[in-house]
Design a protein around this ligand. Structure first.
Ligand code: F6R
Length: 242
């Protein structure tokens, strides 16, 4: 657990983790697991800086997103695929076609979910997975009650997540009510996991993640079963740790 002063300091820790994977990858090439949302933004900004100023290269990498809203095409302003292109991919040398996400417009989203897990497996699995955490303890869109062994699937969003995300949409009614999300079991297959959190509203979730019992009530607690998890929290997010 790294308790950091602010988002910029957290971004450096997360960027270090990703840089290590980029530099130590075998012939298969580095496989990154990327999250959207506000939490990883400082890390992405730091990676863009290292690419521009220090020549850090993503040319051999590929990336998989955690989740995507059902019903939003790639180019929709609020699609997660667009988010990651605008906040990271367009600013580095990661080839756009090597960034994969569950297809929110797939005719059969259930089949797409199964296919997505297959695509991650075929790539050799994720080397480092970046995660944010919801105020209710969700990771990706695995809301409280999600099976701890769940795979990528279609999920309904809870009222609290719709409320949290409505700041990005014109009104709460515009927020999609379903997403395609990597499952908790899928996420646990990543070789290393880096979870980043900032702000007081994440404090309860971080306390459960680090000190609570493993329970589907707080989905992130499943990470306690993974051998290599790095938690990067600012002081507000860490404020309820004993
Ligand atoms: C994003 C994702 C979500 C967010 C979480 C925190 O791909 O899967 O689980 O990580 O909702 O969101 P922020 O970082 O915006 O507070």
């Amino acid at each position: 657990i790294h308790i950091v002063e602010d988002a910029a300091a957290g971004g450096v820790v997360v960027a270090d983790e990703i840089q290590r994977v980029l530099e130590q990858a075998d012939d298969r090439g580095p496989v990154l697991g990327l999250a959207t949302g506000s939490s990883p933004l400082s890390a992405y900004q730091e990676l863009i800086r290292r690419h521009r100023e220090e020549g850090l290269s993503f040319a051999d990498a590929r990336a998989f997103l955690l989740d995507e809203y059902v019903g939003l095409p790639d180019e929709h302003e609020q699609s997660y695929h667009r988010f990651i292109r605008e906040n990271l991919v367009y600013h580095i040398d990661l080839p756009e076609e090597r960034v994969d996400s569950p297809d929110g417009t797939a005719e059969d989203p259930h089949a797409e979910a199964v296919a997505y897990d297959g695509r991650i497996r075929d790539a050799g699995g994720v080397d480092v997975q970046v995660l944010g955490i919801g105020s209710n303890g969700h990771i990706a869109f695995n809301e409280p009650g999600s099976s701890l062994g769940s795979r990528t699937r279609v999920v309904g969003l809870t009222r609290s997540t719709i409320a949290d995300n409505s700041r990005y949409f014109a009104s709460p009614e515009d927020v999609p009510i379903q997403a395609l999300s990597q499952g908790l079991g899928t996420i646990l297959e990543a070789r290393r996991i880096v979870l980043v959190a900032s702000g007081e509203n994440k404090a309860a979730a971080i306390a459960q993640l680090v000190e609570g019992g493993i329970s589907a009530r707080w989905p992130a607690t499943v990470l306690q079963m993974h051998p290599e998890v790095v938690v990067v929290a600012d002081e507000a997010a860490a404020s309820r740790l004993e």
